[in-house]
Design a protein around this ligand. Structure first.
Ligand code: PLP
Length: 417
């Protein structure tokens, strides 16, 4: 008789784990009704919730200024504009991320240049970043994959050496901290997504943080039709831009969500630390070795590693099928396929003539020939993850995940048939 659920055996996990996401209660209901009744439905002016959220979140993340937008990608685009990226400039980007971390560059007619990752963290490698710098490089977008902070010491050192603006894509890392400073406040600019699935959920939305007054001024202008921050001057700037303002409803929800963020981060961290201890005892699955400089690890998803050679040579995807059949919510980690393997890049349809085949870009790029060996290996064979709502439940949930992994580990003979 088969033991594994994938072969018809009994499933280990028969109930949902964690919590349904997004979490809400009367705080959100009250906040929405307050906006409705106030007739203050747009995000500017005296008493605006949008301004209140910008200040509150900037403070939460240790930054001086916050400028909201209507999405994560729009926040990245505003950040690239504020950093002075011009058509045909090169922007360094990581391959393991959501594609918006790279496609944001195409929106400002710049060229995304993929830089391989550090296998210890799945984040962009500072060494590879430095090696990729050319006379056309104007900025780097770095991602804190899953919420695990990138090595900001090494990255900021490269930035200083090469006068390179660093844009932190913090879409996965609300609340994460590197040596006591929250992400988004370490680079020159920090862009966050606040869409419904993120660990700070506003439905749709984004925010960019900075410690530099002149960058804030530029961010605000790109976000709001070229207007000046505080609207003290009625004129508009010359830059062509549009309206990316956050609606007041979104900010009301986000202020309510912010009241629970610390508690949620602590619950997740307690649970994944416990899970990591258990996984360490099982051959073939390996949690990250936490860098002591990661002083707070907030997650969008929790990455860990699969070691095929230590798991009786069962391929990672076969392991995933088996453990999913047992009901464990484990998926491919590190955000999946390297971004340059996306059809958009492979078919070279992104601006057929512009920007990647722009006549004034003298070294046209062919993304079908781009390879980041570490990113490809991690995607194909190694990365595993569990999404953040899965850690909002009890320690018993972690025990069930451990039981499912142990059961698959003990019955690999069944996976060979
Ligand atoms: C790393 C990363 N950057 C940017 C984005 C884009 O955010 P949005 O969907 O809010 O535009 C996402 C969204 O998932 C993301 O994961």
């Amino acid at each position: 008789m088969a033991k594994l659920a994938i072969n018809g055996g009994e499933k280990v996990i028969t109930r949902p784990l964690g919590k349904e996401w997004p979490v809400w209660d009367e705080r959100e209901e009250k906040a929405l009704l307050e906006v409705l009744h106030s007739r203050h439905w747009w995000g500017g002016g005296e008493g605006s919730k949008v301004r209140e959220f910008e200040d509150a979140f900037a403070k939460y993340q240790d930054a001086k200024y916050g400028v909201t937008t209507n999405s994560g990608i729009q926040s990245l685009i505003c950040a690239l504009k504020a950093a002075g990226v011009e058509p045909c400039d090169e922007v360094l980007v990581p391959p393991l991320t959501f594609f918006a971390s790279a496609t944001c560059a195409l929106f400002v007619n710049a060229i995304p240049i993929f830089v391989d990752v550090d296998p210890a963290t799945y984040n962009i490698s500072a060494e590879a970043m430095e090696a990729a710098i050319t006379d056309r490089t104007r900025a780097a977008v770095i991602v804190h994959n899953g919420g695990y902070p990138a090595d900001m010491d090494a990255i900021m050192e490269v930035s200083r050496q090469h006068d390179l603006p660093i844009i932190e894509d913090c879409a996965h890392a609300h609340g994460s901290e590197w040596r006591g400073t929250r992400v988004g406040a370490i680079g020159h600019l920090g862009a966050f997504s606040l869409m419904a699935g993120k660990s700070l959920a506003g439905g749709e939305g984004g925010i960019i943080l900075t410690n530099h007054a002149e960058l804030r001024e530029k961010l605000y202008a790109y976000m709001d039709l070229g207007r000046w921050v505080e609207r003290s001057d009625k004129s508009v700037r010359l830059d062509t831009t549009s309206n990316f303002r956050m609606p007041e409803w979104t900010a009301a929800i986000l202020l309510a969500q912010l009241t629970r963020l610390d508690e949620q981060i602590e619950t997740r961290e307690r649970n994944f630390t416990y899970l990591a201890e258990g996984l360490k005892e099982i051959d073939g699955v390996e949690p990250f070795e936490r860098d002591p400089r990661v002083t707070r690890w907030s997650i969008y998803y929790w990455n860990f590693r699969y070691k095929q050679e230590e798991f009786d040579d069962i391929p990672r995807n076969k392991f995933l099928e088996a453990v999913n059949a047992e009901g464990a919510p484990i998926g491919v980690g590190a955000h999946g396929r390297p971004v340059y393997q996306n059809p958009l890049f492979q078919a070279m349809t992104a601006g057929n003539t512009w920007p990647i085949k722009c006549p004034s870009y003298d070294k046209p790029i062919d993304y079908t020939k781009v390879h980041c060996p570490e990113a490809e290996r991690i995607y194909q064979t190694e990365a595993l993850c569990i999404s953040h709502p899965g850690f909002l439940g009890s320690r018993e949930d972690m025990d069930l995940i451990l039981e499912a992994v142990r059961k698959v580990r003990a019955n690999t003979d069944e996976l060979r048939k």
